[in-house]
Design a protein around this ligand. Structure first.
Ligand code: SF4
Ligand code: SF4
Length: 134
C-alpha cells in the first residue's frame, strides 16, 4: 500500500487495521506465548491465581469473551502483552511494538476491550492529518 504525502484514505486505514491484525495474529499463533492449558493461561498457571476479574486469563469480565475466546477483532488487545509475556518473549514483543507504532503512525486507534466495529467507526468519523513516519 502506497502512503502519499496526504497519508492513507479512511478506507485504506480500515484495510490496514486488518493487515496489522493478521500479522500480529500470525506472530502470536506461531510463538504461542499464552500457552493455554485447561482454560488457564501461562500467567494464571504460574501464579496459581486468577489473572483478571476472577478469570484465569486477562479477558476476564469482557463482554466480548465467548466460550471459544475473543469474539471480535480487537487490535488494541491483540497488540497488548502482560508483563510475563513481555519478559519471556522479548523478540516477539519488539515485533508487536513495531506493529503498534505503525498503527499509531497511520492513526489506527488501538482500543482495549473494544471491537473492530468500534475502532472503525472512530476512523470513519476522524479528521486525520498524516505527519510522516516517526
Ligand atoms: S497476555 Fe498474559 S495474562 Fe493475558 S492470556 Fe496471555 S499470559 Fe495470560
Ligand atoms: S476484546 Fe480483548 S479483552 Fe475482550 S475478549 Fe477480546 S481480546 Fe479479550
Amino acid at each position: 500500500m502506497k502512503v502519499t504525502q496526504e497519508g492513507l484514505s479512511k478506507s485504506q486505514r480500515i484495510q490496514m487495521y486488518d493487515v496489522i491484525y493478521k500479522e500480529a495474529d500470525a506472530l502470536i499463533k506461531k510463538a504461542n506465548p499464552c500457552k493455554f492449558k485447561d482454560g488457564k493461561c501461562a500467567e494464571a498457571r504460574r501464579t496459581g491465581k486468577p489473572v483478571y476479574f476472577g478469570a484465569p486469563h486477562c479477558c476476564g469480565a469482557c463482554r466480548y469473551h465467548g466460550k471459544n475466546g475473543c469474539r471480535v477483532k480487537s487490535l488494541g488487545c491483540k497488540l497488548w502483552t502482560c508483563s510475563r509475556f513481555r519478559l519471556d518473549y522479548p523478540e516477539l514483543c519488539i515485533k508487536l511494538d513495531e506493529l503498534q507504532k505503525l498503527a499509531y503512525t497511520l492513526d489506527i486507534y488501538l482500543y482495549i476491550r473494544q471491537s473492530k466495529r468500534y475502532a472503525i467507526t472512530r476512523i470513519k468519523h476522524s479528521t486525520y492529518r498524516f505527519t510522516g513516519y516517526h
